[in-house]
Design a protein around this ligand. Structure first.
Ligand code: IMP
Length: 189
């Protein structure tokens, strides 16, 4: 079965291709030469995942899924949440999202946070959402070179390594995206 992941993010495509069963052929937007930016204008993770999946399903008409992820930091009242991708752009004192998180948490004792991913899938039967969440904490400096995004500052509960220090197989097994994908794959099966 051919399935289209409505993403141009190569890191995500690699992660997801390792999670999907080998009977499924994963294609990404770059494979279809689709390079337009789809503005994430909704104010929820669910809304943005659906929005991306709808745009791509309408354009290509093949079974397609999109994901949206947010990092929710407890001491910052859930920030950056749905704005995780472009958080630092709201405040140009910060070079990167990670710098901003570390700065804002500098004097905070509560470092709890969670990642949430929503996968939105559309085919000719309709639309369906799958959610995955992983709880953990934000550390005070970066550790590890693998993964992407906020991985170097996030340690999932029950582990000592950041997502960026873990082998990708372990991250995929316990991560927000891995968990949402597992539910999605069970549905497809
Ligand atoms: P989006 O799902 O691509 O919109 O991701 C929103 C933001 O969360 C981006 O800044 C990503 O880098 C970050 N992000 C998404 N997935 C992960 C992950 O698995 N680890 C760390 N950061 C992530």
């Amino acid at each position: 079965m051919k399935i289209l992941f409505a993403s141009q993010n190569q890191h995500k495509l690699e992660e997801v291709s390792k999670i999907l069963p080998s009977t499924m052929e994963l294609i990404g937007l770059n494979d279809l030469d689709f390079r337009e930016d789809i503005p994430e204008t909704e104010d929820t993770i669910e809304g943005n995942a659906l929005l991306k999946a709808r745009v791509i399903y309408k354009k290509f008409g093949i079974p397609c899924f999109a994901d949206d992820t947010g990092l929710f930091i407890e001491a910052l009242n859930g920030e950056p949440g749905v704005y995780s991708a472009r958080w630092h752009e709201k405040d140009d004192r910060f070079e990167t999202n990670i710098e901003k998180a570390l700065f804002k948490l500098k004097d905070k004792g509560n470092r709890s946070a969670y990642f949430k991913t929503v996968v939105a899938y559309i085919d000719n039967k309709g639309e369906i959402l799958f959610e995955g969440r992983v709880d953990g904490k934000i550390i005070s400096s970066l550790r590890g070179d693998s993964g992407f995004g906020y991985d170097p500052i996030f340690i999932p509960d029950g582990y000592d390594q950041t997502f960026a220090e873990m082998p990708s197989e372990l991250k995929n097994k316990i991560s927000h995206r891995g968990r949402a994908m597992k539910k999605f794959i069970a549905y497809l099966a």
